[in-house]
Design a protein around this ligand. Structure first.
Ligand SMILES: C[S@@+](CC[C@H](N)C(=O)[O-])C[C@H]1O[C@@H](n2cnc3c(N)ncnc32)[C@H](O)[C@@H]1O
Length: 305
């Protein structure tokens, strides 16, 4: 499938949910997914992405991957496992990873973070930017772009000419399809519903005869979409004044989560903020470096700055 096929694959509202995307139904027993095949797939996804697939996710794995088995004309999951375990199966391994990520997201999801940004994080940063300062945000695990564009709209609502200054948002995800989707910046009517009307009118234009909305260039220019694996190399050099990593590390085990939190600390400006998802809490040794600032909002402890 090409990147251009991304929108169709994800639907314009664009997300694979935990339910598995709804493709099982009449074909539920088309192939046999053995425990051994499941363990092979789970081991690959853990090694490649840090994502833990417990046995109760078997139905989800089946529904997400049966269509890949079918599309490739394979006899079943045994052949599929052989393929993704081989050197020749490398491209399919990427497809498998993209199929198994869960991309549910929304504009202004967990809105209290954007309120905190507006009221606390942004005012001094935007003042610094007006004086020539560098301001960087990171949406780590950005899915289809709703989160980084919500960050952008929060900035633009305070500073409509943010484009003139050194302000950038890095939007990264391991799934190449969602990265392409976010970069394209086209959303359907249901997706833009949570966006306050004034912001929608100012930062989106009608697309395809009004059925869809496209992010305007001024907003798109603030956001750079990149493929990046949170358990791989990070090529960035500078620090970020805010890192959003929400509803991503919930798929990892505790040890991997801790490693990533420590790495975030190294990339956080001494006065910066880390925003995590509603069900997440920084724990273990990482909590020696990060202190709670507000609900699911952290900053570096004094001694860690
Ligand atoms: C549920 S979405 C969260 C989207 C957004 N942060 C939010 O809260 O609305 C989780 C995202 O994490 C990404 N992800 C999973 N494992 C990853 C990894 N190892 N590196 C980078 N992104 C990853 C998935 O591709 C998916 O798009």
């Amino acid at each position: 499938m090409t990147m251009a096929g991304s929108a169709a694959r994800h639907g314009m509202a664009g997300a694979k949910a935990e339910s598995g995307g709804g493709a099982r139904s009449d074909r539920a027993n088309e192939y046999d997914l053995s425990d051994k095949d499941f363990r092979t797939i789970a081991a690959i996804i853990y090694d490649d992405a840090g994502i833990v697939l417990k046995p109760l996710k078997m139905a989800l794995v089946y529904s997400r991957l049966a269509r890949r088995v079918r599309a490739l004309g394979l006899a079943g999951f045994g052949d599929y496992c052989n393929l993704v375990s081989s050197d020749a199966g490398h491209p399919e391994r990427r497809e498998m990873l993209a199929a198994l990520t869960t991309n549910v997201t929304n504009f202004f999801r967990e809105n209290h973070h954007f309120e905190h940004m507006r009221d606390v994080t942004l005012p001094p940063l935007l003042e610094a930017a007006r004086q020539g300062g560098r301001v960087r945000f990171w949406s780590a695990g950005c899915s289809n772009g709703h989160e980084p564009y919500s960050i952008a709209m929060t900035i633009l609502s305070l500073m409509p000419d943010a484009n003139k200054y050194d302000i950038k948002i890095l939007a990264s995800d391991i799934d190449p399809y969602v990265v392409a989707f976010g970069r394209a910046g086209i959303y359907d009517a249901a997706a833009v519903e949570p966006i306050p009307m004034a912001l929608r009118k100012r930062w989106f234009v009608s697309h395809e005869g009004g059925a869809h909305y496209k992010v305007v260039a001024e907003m798109q220019n603030l956001v750079s979409f990149r493929e990046l694996n949170l358990i791989g190399q990070w090529p960035m050099t500078g620090v970020f004044q805010a890192i959003f990593c929400r509803n991503v590390l919930i798929y990892f085990d505790e040890a991997t989560r801790e490693t990533v939190w420590h790495r975030f600390c190294d990339y956080l400006d001494p006065a910066g903020f880390l925003y995590v998802g509603h069900s997440e809490r920084v724990s273990g040794a990482a909590s020696l470096r990060l202190a709670t600032e507000a609900s699911t909002t952290y900053r570096l402890r004094g001694e860690a700055r």
